[in-house]
Design a protein around this ligand. Structure first.
Ligand SMILES: Nc1ncnc2c1ncn2[C@@H]1O[C@H](COP(=O)(O)OP(=O)(O)OP(=O)(O)O)[C@@H](O)[C@H]1O
Length: 489
C-alpha cells in the first residue's frame, strides 16, 4: 500500500467531516508506509489520542476500501514521518552553547521590512513607555515604543467570560482554555486561524489575561506581527539585536497576531524562527493567529510553516445565527443597554459577514437610540442601519452568482453544489467560487459551505486556478469579463 493511498484516504475523509475537524485532526497527520504497515504520525499526544478514539476506525475502513478490501495495519505515533521532506531536520535547529542560541544570519532586511518599520505608528522615540529589561533600554539612546512591554498590552476586556461560545468557535475556545491553564504544555504552539473579525485576537488576549490572572508574575508579550518586524528593524539599526533577542526569549508566553504579515519579510521570518525554537525548547508558550491555514501562507519559509503545525492548529469559523444573536445580547449587556431578542435577531439576520461588523451595527443602533431617546425596535433598527443595509443588499449574493453561472454554462445549480468532478461542472464551479470571492464579503469557509459544504482550501485553489487561466485561456478570460458585467451592472 503506497503512501499516496493515505492521500487518497484524506481526500475521502475531507468530504466526510466538517472542515474544522478535518483541518484540526486529520490533515496534520503524516504517513509512512513500510512492510505492509501504515504508520501515522501525529504532531502531539493530544491529536494522537483524539484520532485514535474518534477517527481511527473510519480511517481503517476507508483504507480497506482503497486497498481492494484488504485491511491494512495502521499504527500511530507522535512525531514526523522519516522522509526527505521531513520538516524536523537537525541541520535546521540553531546551535546552542550554554543555553544561548548561536546563529549567523545570511538573510538581509528587505525593503518591505524597512517600510514596515517606518509605517508602524510609534516606531519613533515619541511617547515611549517601554518597560523592557533595563539593559535593553540603557544601551540605546532611542527607545522603540513600549509595545513589547509585558502584560499591559493585553486588552482587559477580551476575556473568556466576554467571549460567546458557539458551534463555530467551540474547539478554538476549548483549545485556548487548555493553553491558558497549562501554558507551554501539550499545545505549543497554538495556531488560531480564520477570516477577519471572527474573534481570533479576542481569544488570544483571553489566553494572555488568564495566564496573568493565574500567575501575576508571568511575562506575556502580545504584539501584531508588523510590530515584531518594526522592532527588529529598529533593533538592527540601533545595533541592539542581541537585546531584542534576549527580550523576546525571556517571556513566558509570546502572542503574535496576524502572522500573515510576515510574508516576504525574510529577515523577520528568520528571527522569528529562532525565537520560536528557543521558546518551544524552553517550554514557553507561543500563540499565533493568522487569516489562513499555515500551509497556505504565501511567501513564508517552509520550515516556519511546518513548525506552526507542531502544536495545535484550530480554525475559528464565522458564527451561525444563534451565536450572532448571543453575541449581540452579550455586547448590549456590556453596554448596559436593553436589547430584546427580537431586535437582536433582526440585526443578526441582516449582518452576517463577521462579528466586527455586527458590533459596529449594534454600536450605531445604540448611539442612535441614545441620541433620539427611542426604543430599539426592528423598524428603528432598519432606519438606523439604512445605509449599511443598502450596501449589504447591493452586494451580489452567492445564490445569484450560482444561478448566473449555471444558466450561462447550461448546467444546473445543483451540479455546482454536487460532488461531481467532471470537467463540464468543475470549471464553472471554480469560476463561480472565484466570482463569489471577488464580489461578495463572504469568507472562504462560507463560500465552501455554499458550494455543497466544500473545504475552504478548495475555494482557495479555485480562485488561484481562475486567476491563472485568465492569463492563459482567452475563453475563460472572456467568460469572466462577461460575468463581471452581468453581475455588477
Ligand atoms: N465569540 C465572540 N464573543 C464575543 N465577542 C466576539 C466574539 N468573536 C468576536 N468578537 C468580537 O468581535 C470583534 C472582532 O474580533 P477580533 O478582533 O478578535 O477578530 P480577529 O479574528 O482577530 O480579526 P482580524 O483577523 O481582523 O484581526 C472584537 O471586538 C471581539 O470582541
Amino acid at each position: 500500500m503506497p503512501n499516496s493511498m493515505w492521500h487518497q484516504c484524506l481526500e475521502v475523509l475531507r468530504d466526510e467531516f466538517p472542515a474544522q475537524q478535518f483541518n484540526t485532526w486529520l490533515r496534520p497527520l503524516q504517513s509512512d508506509h513500510r512492510e505492509g504497515q501504515l504508520m501515522l504520525f501525529a504532531p502531539n499526544r493530544f491529536v494522537m489520542d483524539w484520532v485514535n478514539e474518534k477517527y481511527l476506525r473510519r480511517i481503517e475502513e476507508v483504507l480497506k476500501d482503497l486497498n481492494g478490501g484488504q485491511a491494512p495495519r495502521v499504527n500511530m505515533k507522535v512525531g514526523s514521518a522519516p522522509r526527505e521532506s521531513d520538516p524536523v531536520k537537525r541541520s535546521e535547529m540553531p546551535a546552542r552553547v550554554n543555553g544561548q542560541v548561536l546563529e549567523e544570519s545570511g538573510s538581509r532586511v528587505t525593503e518591505e521590512e524597512r517600510g514596515v518599520a517606518a509605517m508602524v505608528p510609534g516606531s519613533t522615540s515619541a511617547g515611549s513607555t517601554s518597560v523592557r529589561p533595563k539593559s535593553f533600554n540603557e544601551r540605546r539612546p532611542v527607545q522603540i515604543e513600549g509595545d513589547i512591554k509585558h502584560q499591559s498590552f493585553l486588552n482587559e476586556g477580551f476575556t473568556f467570560e466576554t467571549f460567546v461560545e458557539g458551534k463555530s468557535n467551540q474547539l478554538a475556545r476549548a483549545a485556548s482554555m487548555q493553553v491558558a491553564e497549562n501554558p507551554g504544555g501539550a499545545y505549543n504552539p497554538l495556531f488560531l486561524y480564520g477570516g477577519v473579525g471572527l474573534g481570533k485576537t479576542h481569544l488570544m488576549h483571553a489566553i494572555g489575561n488568564e495566564i496573568v490572572r493565574r500567575n501575576p508574575r508571568a511575562k506575556v508579550a502580545y504584539l501584531r506581527s508588523e510590530r515584531f518586524v518594526a522592532d527588529m528593524v529598529k533593533a538592527l539599526q540601533l545595533n541592539a539585536i542581541n537585546e531584542f533577542k534576549r527580550y523576546y526569549r525571556s517571556v513566558d508566553a509570546l502572542l503574535i497576531d496576524d502572522i500573515q504579515f510576515f510574508a516576504r519579510k525574510e529577515r523577520s521570518q528568520e528571527e522569528f524562527f529562532h525565537t520560536f525554537n528557543a521558546l518551544l525548547e524552553g517550554g514557553q508558550q507561543v500563540i499565533v493567529t493568522c487569516d489562513r491555514f499555515p500551509k497556505e501562507i504565501v511567501d513564508m519559509e517552509e520550515r516556519l510553516k511546518s513548525r506552526f503545525g507542531w502544536g495545535l492548529t484550530v480554525m475559528v469559523e464565522p458564527p451561525e445565527l444563534e451565536t450572532r444573536v448571543a453575541i449581540l445580547m452579550k455586547k448590549a449587556e456590556q453596554a448596559n443597554v436593553k436589547l430584546s431578542s427580537e431586535a437582536a435577531f433582526f440585526i443578526a439576520q441582516k449582518i452576517r459577514s463577521n462579528v466586527r461588523e455586527l458590533e459596529g451595527a449594534l454600536r450605531l443602533v445604540i448611539a442612535n437610540a441614545h441620541f433620539t431617546g427611542s426604543e430599539i425596535t426592528p423598524p428603528f433598527i432598519r432606519e438606523s442601519l439604512k445605509d449599511l443595509l443598502a450596501l449589504h443588499e447591493k452586494q451580489v449574493s452567492i445564490d445569484n452568482i450560482q444561478r448566473t453561472v449555471a444558466e450561462y454554462y447550461k448546467i444546473k445549480v445543483a451540479d455546482l453544489l454536487s460532488k461531481r468532478r467532471t470537467r463540464v461542472v468543475t470549471r464553472p464551479r471554480q469560476v463561480a467560487m472565484s466570482l463569489s470571492k471577488e464580489l461578495t464579503n463572504h469568507s472562504l469557509p462560507e463560500i465552501g459551505d455554499a458550494f455543497g459544504g466544500r473545504d475552504h482550501t478548495t475555494v482557495l485553489h479555485a480562485c488561484k486556478k481562475i486567476v491563472e487561466l485568465q492569463e492563459t485561456d482567452p475563453g475563460i478570460r472572456e467568460d469572466y469579463q462577461n460575468f463581471m458585467r452581468l453581475l455588477t451592472t
